[in-house]
Design a protein around this ligand. Structure first.
Ligand SMILES: [Zn+2]
Ligand SMILES: [Zn+2]
Length: 212
């Protein structure tokens, strides 16, 4: 299916929020290189596709680094349903802002940002209003239902992004977008515990072990 097909974007790009065209000169459609999952269980395929102008609440990012998470492998193997093929995996993204939607005020062109697994939520359900957007029944996830970071550039919703401190390189910051978030959340949940056990020593645990 051609990537400019409206049905494709309905499935793979963020909901549009009544988006307006941005006035920025840099918001023209952009041809990007992406590693696409076209068939479950098969190697990713290098493709070129057109990234449309970012919608109102989105940014376009030139990808500097995108780490690999175990969940990426679950997606590629077809173990998570409804990815909707073809798509671009990768949800531990760090990059530079190269285009802004008109509603984006918290970031500027040139900012270094990170994009995590949670890519969009509805903003008005019980979970969203309680600050638990990850439990939103309509939540959509980067590199799964939304095209991810194994690409030269990607569009993502600014409301779910992080500003990246200069203290970290791109490669150091990228794993923080999923493994780091999970590890920090688990560590906080331990409260004043004096002894910690780290089980299944993987991406999250090896980060927690450095800060616990
Ligand atoms: Zn992950
Ligand atoms: Zn919601």
């Amino acid at each position: 299916m051609p990537e400019c097909d409206p049905g494709y974007y309905a499935k793979h790009c963020l909901p549009d929020d009544g988006a307006m065209e941005s006035a920025s000169y840099s918001n023209r459609p952009l041809v990007v290189r992406a590693m696409r999952l076209e068939h479950y269980g098969e190697p990713l395929v290098a493709r070129e596709l057109e990234l449309p102008a970012p919608a109102a609440s989105k940014l376009r990012i030139a990808v500097s680094a995108c780490a690999v998470c175990r969940t990426d492998l679950h997606v590629v193997d077809g173990e998570l349903p409804d990815a909707g093929l073809p798509m671009t995996p990768g949800h531990e993204i760090v990059g530079q802002v190269i285009a802004l939607g008109v509603q984006v005020t918290q970031f500027q062109l040139g900012d270094r940002v990170g994009v995590p697994w949670l890519g969009w939520s509805c903003g008005h359900c019980e979970s969203c209003l309680a600050g638990a957007e990850n439990l939103c029944p309509q939540a959509r996830f980067t590199g799964y239902q939304l095209d991810g970071g194994y690409a030269s550039a990607v569009s993502a919703d600014a409301r779910f992004m992080f500003r990246i401190t200069p203290a970290y390189t791109d490669e150091q910051a990228a794993p923080l977008m999923c493994a780091g978030l999970i590890g920090l959340r688990a560590l906080k949940a331990t409260g004043p515990a004096r002894n910690l056990g780290l089980y299944g020593f993987g991406a999250a645990a090896h980060i927690v072990a450095q800060i616990a």
